[in-house]
Design a protein around this ligand. Structure first.
Ligand SMILES: Cc1cc2nc3c(=O)[nH]c(=O)nc-3n(C[C@H](O)[C@H](O)[C@H](O)COP(=O)(O)O)c2cc1C
Length: 184
């Protein structure tokens, strides 16, 4: 069975980010057919269309990473009922030049999370609005909005909450099958 490489984009820059820890947990739980490259958005320049004539090296590296991938998995918190600005900026960078989105055709997964009760569902819904015109198919089921993630990890960042591990396992298995289906 072929291994598919997926860019797991983390929507938070925070060192102790729950989103980052969840992305690493998913990478560990992923079946052998799926390799997750956990990617943070440090150092991605603000999108400015004027720079397209000579794009900055960080844009080129990010775009190349997307191009080489077999899919994209977003793991993100919710900021003020939407996605964090750094994530929107990276999506803008990856979506241009016009008509040449680097996400095009890539199967997409969306994992939102929050230490609060609502699991970042608004952030996930906003991604579902943003992506259809610039990316490939989005995994619709299972949906995953992870709430109460604040007590899910030990002080080394290892996942300790069994209920969370179970839903992450279900999700990543379904996502691996989805990526496989869309890379035939
Ligand atoms: C600017 C800002 C806005 C936030 N807005 C929301 C929100 O709308 N919904 C929510 O559930 N949590 C919200 N939070 C709390 C985040 O879920 C929490 O800080 C979380 O730990 C951030 O994700 P991270 O751990 O991956 O960095 C907000 C946090 C910040 C800093």
């Amino acid at each position: 069975m072929a291994t598919h490489n997926v860019v797991a984009i983390v929507g938070s820059l925070r060192k102790e980010s729950f989103s980052l820890k969840i992305a690493h947990a998913l990478a560990k739980l992923a079946p052998a057919s799926l390799q997750l490259e956990v990617t943070t958005l440090h150092g991605i320049s603000f999108f400015n269309q004027d720079l397209e004539a000579a794009p900055p090296a960080d844009w080129l590296a990010f775009r190349e990473k997307l191009q080489k991938s077999n899919g994209v998995l977003f793991v993100t918190p919710e900021y003020n009922r939407s996605i964090p600005g750094v994530l929107k900026n990276a999506i803008d960078v990856g979506s241009r030049p016009y008509g040449k989105s680097w996400f095009l055709g890539k199967p997409v997964g969306i994992v939102s999370n929050s230490p609060g009760p609502l699991g970042g569902v608004s952030a996930a819904k906003h991604l579902q609005n943003i992506l259809p015109g610039i990316a490939g198919p989005i995994l619709g089921q299972p949906e995953i909005y992870l709430n109460a993630v604040g007590d899910a990890f030990d002080d080394k960042g290892q996942l300790t909450k069994e209920s969370l591990q179970k839903v992450l396992q279900q999700y990543i298995d379904a996502f691996a099958a989805f990526v496989e289906k869309h890379n035939k």
